[in-house]
Design a protein around this ligand. Structure first.
Ligand SMILES: [Zn+2]
Length: 189
């Protein structure tokens, strides 16, 4: 039996502007080509802002370090009450410059008596002082999960999802939001 001709096999590759603009969708580099081309299409059609504003019409009120601490501790007490305490929680405007990170969890372990004690700090990129609450929640949940899981492994993402069932969709939408900010501009007053 001759091999079945499959038209996809011989399809001429379609022109994809993203292919000619390396790093243009840098926040989405770990996602599938399908997702990237959907986002590229919204950029080309100038509908990326509509997509975001439709799903995330408003921003949160967690606008300073004090409010951030209250916000983080409420989540921690709800889901990770028994984890180590966090000594410092704050917005940090240097985070994304250092390593393109959105948030940062740091810890120092030291021996105290015969116990190993960890000192944790949690920092959130200052660009999220003004952002939809869902995106702030996603980043906070990510950093809180690092109290228990240091690596980005299966257990880590399971923990994130236990705190925020929509975690993966929110991370994608957050990355679409960062793409909007960088390529097109702010969407919130
Ligand atoms: Zn992480």
């Amino acid at each position: 039996m001759p091999p079945k001709f499959n038209k996809n096999t011989f399809q001429v590759p379609e022109y994809n502007p993203a292919d000619f603009a390396p790093n243009k969708l840098k926040y989405l580099s770990n996602y599938s080509e399908q997702i990237k081309s959907q986002v590229q299409q919204m950029i080309d059609n100038k509908t990326l802002d509509k997509y975001l504003l439709n799903k995330y019409p408003t921003t949160h009120n967690v606008s300073n370090d004090k409010a951030l601490r209250v916000y983080v501790m409420a989540l921690k007490n709800q889901y990770l009450k028994k984890s180590d305490p966090i000594s410092q929680i704050k917005y940090d405007d240097k985070i994304h410059i250092i390593n393109n990170a959105l948030g940062l969890h740091t810890y120092v372990s030291r021996v105290q008596g015969n116990k190993l004690k960890s000192k944790h700090e949690l920092r959130i990129g200052s660009q999220f002082k003004k952002a939809p609450e869902d995106f702030l929640a996603m980043i906070v949940v990510h950093e809180l999960a690092h109290l228990k899981e240091k690596e980005h492994n299966k257990a880590f993402y399971k923990l994130c999802q236990s705190m925020l069932p929509d975690y993966h969709q929110l991370e994608l939408d957050l990355r679409i939001y960062l793409t909007q900010l960088e390529l097109i501009g702010d969407i919130y007053p």
